[in-house]
Write a protein that binds this ligand. Structure first.
Ligand SMILES: Nc1ncnc2c1ncn2[C@@H]1O[C@H](COP(=O)(O)OP(=O)(O)OP(=O)(O)O)[C@@H](O)[C@H]1O
Ligand SMILES: [Mg+2]
Length: 249
């Protein structure tokens, strides 16, 4: 087990090209165990690309990414194993539409971790309880609100016992009244010591839960600071410009 405060996710000298478009430019980022890092920046700056490379939904052009001391292989069985250590929650909920809420949460543990159905279901119910949707367990995803579906997506990711959770704008597709119910679950997760990388423009969340804010622009990490430093006293012109636009919307 990695000790709290030890490097868990290490992104080193990463370059990513899509054809001749340079999407990640020499990105270096270390996230320690138990740390919550919020990634913020303008549209197209590479935030989603960074998340997707961290669990190898995208390959990288050069550099390395390691999780808990193990470098991510490009493909194969070892990759499937390491990918299971990274939980991912996207903007769209990505639940399996034709499976119940309970089945959505038990599928990975049964098929990938080889758990017994009864054991997987018992744990899934605890997780659904924790995110406040246990009473919906037998329903289909479409019968739930967006906020509830997103909380199920979080429970589903947690059921795999990930070492780190990646969130890519988890609340940006939600109606305003549902945003807080999802953020509350995330704040709780953070307080429990989960290592988290969160792409979000929710500054309330960043101030409440983040240890660090990483600001990206044009495929680069331009600035890294505590939330207080970043929001009160951004250093770069890009960050100042970005924040001024965010605040006036
Ligand atoms: N599969 C792809 N092929 C080609 N270009 C891509 C691909 N995916 C992303 N890009 C480009 O890479 C850049 C970074 O995209 P990315 O989705 O990482 O940005 P982002 O910071 O997440 O933006 P947003 O805030 O809009 O979600 C963009 O210019 C985008 O057009
Ligand atoms: Mg994105």
């Amino acid at each position: 087990m990695t000790e709290s405060g030890q490097p868990l996710v290490v992104v080193k000298d990463v370059q990513k090209h899509y054809g001749d478009f340079h999407a990640l430019k020499d990105v270096n980022l270390t996230v320690n165990k138990g740390e919550v890092v919020v990634v913020i920046g303008p549209s197209g700056s590479g935030k989603s690309t960074l998340c997707r490379t961290i669990n190898r939904l995208e390959t990288i052009t050069s550099g390395s990414i390691s999780i808990d001391g193990q470098e991510l292989p490009a493909e194969g069985k070892a990759l499937a194993h390491l990918r299971a250590e990274v939980g991912m929650v996207f903007q769209s909920f990505n639940l399996f539409a034709h499976k119940t809420i309970l089945q959505n949460v038990t599928l990975g543990p049964i098929q990938v971790l080889g758990k017994k159905k009864s054991e997987a279901e018992a744990e899934a119910m605890k997780l659904l309880e924790r995110v406040g949707v246990a009473h919906q367990a037998q329903k289909m995803p479409a019968q739930l609100s967006g906020g509830q579906q997103q909380r199920v997506a979080i429970a589903r990711a947690l059921a795999m016992h990930p070492k780190v959770m990646l969130f890519d704008e988890p609340t940006s597709a939600l109606d305003p009244e549902m945003i807080n119910e999802v953020l509350d679950v995330m704040v709780e997760l953070a307080a429990e010591g989960m290592t988290m990388i969160v792409v979000t423009h929710e500054m309330g969340f960043a101030r409440k839960a983040a240890n660090r804010v990483v600001f990206m622009a044009d495929g680069q990490i331009v600035e890294e600071a505590t939330p207080e430093e970043f929001f009160n006293n951004p250093k770069s012109a890009r960050a100042k410009d970005f924040l001024s636009k965010l605040l006036t919307h």
